[in-house]
Design a protein around this ligand. Structure first.
Ligand code: SAM
Length: 309
């Protein structure tokens, strides 16, 4: 394994600045993938005109958004300003959804600060009557914090809403069913749950404990990114809540995880980030995947080749 990582780009402003010359997008620009029709925009999620330019009249069947959570790690704003900002990009999402569509929001709750912003976001969402709440999912991270004087914090929250009546495809984990029970008579014979079930593995529920958090040894790791979601989690969302050929939106690209999942699952993805460096990483990740089959750089440098030029 090569060890030539980029530093966290939110913390090392000089490293980020040095990469700008290698970025093909400037603010306001959109990259169009001529092979599958994906788009990557250096755009602002809260700007209605930017989003109109991105969609150009198309409708999306799925949106998977992972905004900064207003925690100290991501430039904290006043809570009401943050929620107001969220309502703008939610509005921009709803304006471009198909009649039947699904929307997922990754979120966090600061246990040292009244659990903001998760509950405030949930309450704000009630104003959008088009979106109906469907599930409040928790994904378990492996690395936690606060273990000495508190319960280890390992939660990663995911909210699921629908518009209209989209289909839902049940997903199964790789976890074998070990508990027996739930007896029921079928054709006069008493059966237990595993005799009646469609799979030997348990269904994915609203608690996900089977997804490995991304770390530097994993092939999908993208160095420089500080908030990367595991591809397995995005795959689960896309497979449960969209069909092949559907359009998936992600307004907070960062490492480009949603784009890679969409590519492997035969969906089209329009994704944006305000930062040209994360847009470039997102495009390079797709190009690298197509060239090598690798989903990330493990502990290597996404700009290594251009740095050597
Ligand atoms: C939590 S990260 C997303 C992580 C992503 N799901 C992944 O797996 O890599 C949030 C991203 O949102 C971007 N961002 C912040 N404000 C934005 C805005 N107004 N419009 C678009 N992107 C924004 C940041 O630059 C950052 O890359």
């Amino acid at each position: 394994m090569k060890n030539n990582p980029l530093p966290r780009l939110d913390e090392d402003r000089r490293a980020r600045q040095a990469l700008l010359k290698d970025c093909r997008l400037a603010p306001g620009q959109i990259w169009l993938d001529t092979q599958t029709g994906h788009k990557v925009g250096c755009l602002d999620a809260a700007d209605a005109e930017d989003i109109n330019n991105l969609l150009a009249g198309e409708k999306a069947q799925l949106a998977v958004h992972d905004p900064p959570y207003n925690l100290v790690a991501f430039q904290q704003r006043k809570l009401d300003e943050f929620i107001q900002w969220c309502s703008q990009w939610v509005n921009n999402t709803i304006a471009h959804l198909d009649n039947d569509a699904c929307v997922y929001f990754w979120f966090g709750a600061d246990q040292n600060n009244g659990f903001q912003p998760l509950p405030d976001f949930m309450v704000m969402m009630r104003q959008f009557k088009e979106l109906i709440s469907r599930s409040f999912i928790t994904m378990r991270n492996q690395r936690g914090y606060g273990t000495a004087k508190n319960w280890m914090a390992v939660r990663q929250e995911l909210l699921y809403y629908v518009k209209g009546n989209p289909s839902f495809n049940v997903q199964y984990t790789d976890i074998p069913k070990v508990l027996k029970g739930y007896y029921k008579k079928i054709n006069g014979r008493m059966t237990e749950n595993s005799q009646r079930s469609k799979s030997q593995c348990i269904r994915a529920s609203n608690v996900w404990v089977d997804i490995q958090q991304v770390f530097y040894r994993m092939h999908e790791n993208v160095t420089g990114c500080y908030a990367q979601k595991p591809l397995k989690s995005i795959d689960r969302i896309i497979q449960s809540s969209s069909k092949e050929g559907d359009l998936v939106l992600d307004f907070f690209a960062h490492s480009g995880a949603t784009l890679i999942s969409a590519e492997t699952l035969g969906r089209k993805c329009y994704t944006i980030d305000t930062d040209p460096v994360f847009c470039e990483i997102t495009i390079r990740r797709l190009e690298r995947f197509r060239k090598t089959g690798e989903t990330g750089w493990q502990n290597n440098h996404p700009f290594e080749e251009s740095a050597a030029e």
